[in-house]
Write a protein that binds this ligand. Structure first.
Ligand SMILES: O=C(O)CCC(=O)C(=O)O
Length: 296
């Protein structure tokens, strides 16, 4: 058995509830170091026009420490325990809630606007780079809601909603049944792509930094857009449904950023299906006030 594999009780709990937490991933010192690395790249990005969004939407391609983390056995062994040996990274992104802000995430299911064809083959690993307490806007999960399959959503495009379309579930949510996903810096949670989940604002004096990795199996297909990108991180791809993500642009090299931007523009086809006029002109950008510390 791989060193960091989940045990059978954990795998059963994931399938029953649609999530698993808390799982230790980094020590508090390692989490603090990761925060420094992230914030220093974001501070540098702020000095170059239009670069900050790439640190938020494709951090694995512009922040080396983020790419190193997602490739660690501590992450992949656990995902393999649930999804099987062949694994691709479909995306990575930040959910940053600045101190004392109203930013929130409405009740939603991740897979609603991703165009992917089978919710059994996607899983998110959400890493708490800082503590994620209820006051900081920890996520909330409704246990077992993933068994309902994908349900209707409505778009709100609310300014302080961190989701791309401000989308929210158009069905009743039993909020009393929800579980608060309180995590210490360095811990992570796993959740299923059809799970009902949400999170409230950060009412504290410090930022809340969440870093999420979305993994799929190679058999998944992009059913809404024409092309999609995912990079093999474990095992083999016997299907060829996805193009590999472009090379990293750790130095914000313009030609590499242009290739990343082409990938992001393609993802607008499914993120903004039927609301094409709302798609950003340059790559996909969350509807968000996420910022980064001032350049030093
Ligand atoms: O970070 C948050 O508060 C929400 C994140 C989320 O919805 C997700 O990772 O699917």
């Amino acid at each position: 058995m791989a060193t960091h594999a989940l045990n059978s009780d954990q795998v059963e709990a994931y399938h029953r509830d649609g999530f698993l937490f808390p799982l230790p991933l980094l020590t508090s010192e390692e989490a603090a170091d990761l925060r420094v690395a992230i914030e220093s790249v974001q501070a540098r990005a702020k000095t170059i026009p239009d670069m900050l969004p790439y640190t938020l939407n494709v951090p694995n391609l512009v922040i080396p420490e983020v790419n190193e983390l997602l490739m660690q056995d501590k992450v992949l062994d656990r995902v393999v325990s649930i999804m099987g040996p062949d694994l691709m990274l479909w995306s990575a992104s930040f959910f940053i809630k600045e101190a004392n802000t109203t930013d929130f995430v409405s009740w939603h299911q991740d897979l609603r606007y991703w165009g992917l064809d089978d919710d059994a083959h996607e899983l998110s690993v959400w890493v708490a780079v800082t503590d994620a307490t209820p006051e900081k806007g920890a996520m909330r999960f409704v246990p077992g809601s993933h068994h309902e399959g994908l349900v209707e959503h409505r778009d709100t495009f609310a300014d302080n909603n961190l989701l791309s379309r401000g989308q929210e579930l158009a069905v009743d949510v039993d909020e009393n049944a929800a579980v608060t996903v309180a995590l210490k810096a360095g811990e992570c949670s796993l959740h299923h792509g059809s799970l009902f989940h949400a999170s409230g604002p950060n009412t504290t004096d410090d930022r809340r930094i969440g870093l999420v990795f979305r993994f799929i199996t190679p058999r998944m297909r992009q059913a809404v857009g024409n092309v999609d990108y995912a990079t093999l991180v474990r095992g083999e791809d016997h299907y060829g449904h996805f193009m590999a993500m472009p090379k990293p642009a750790y130095g914000f090299e313009p030609e590499r950023i242009a290739a990343i931007d082409s990938m992001l523009m393609i993802s607008n086809e499914y993120f903004f299906k039927d609301v094409e006029d709302k798609a950003p002109a340059k790559g996909y950008l969350k509807n968000t006030s996420q910022t980064a510390p001032a350049a030093t």
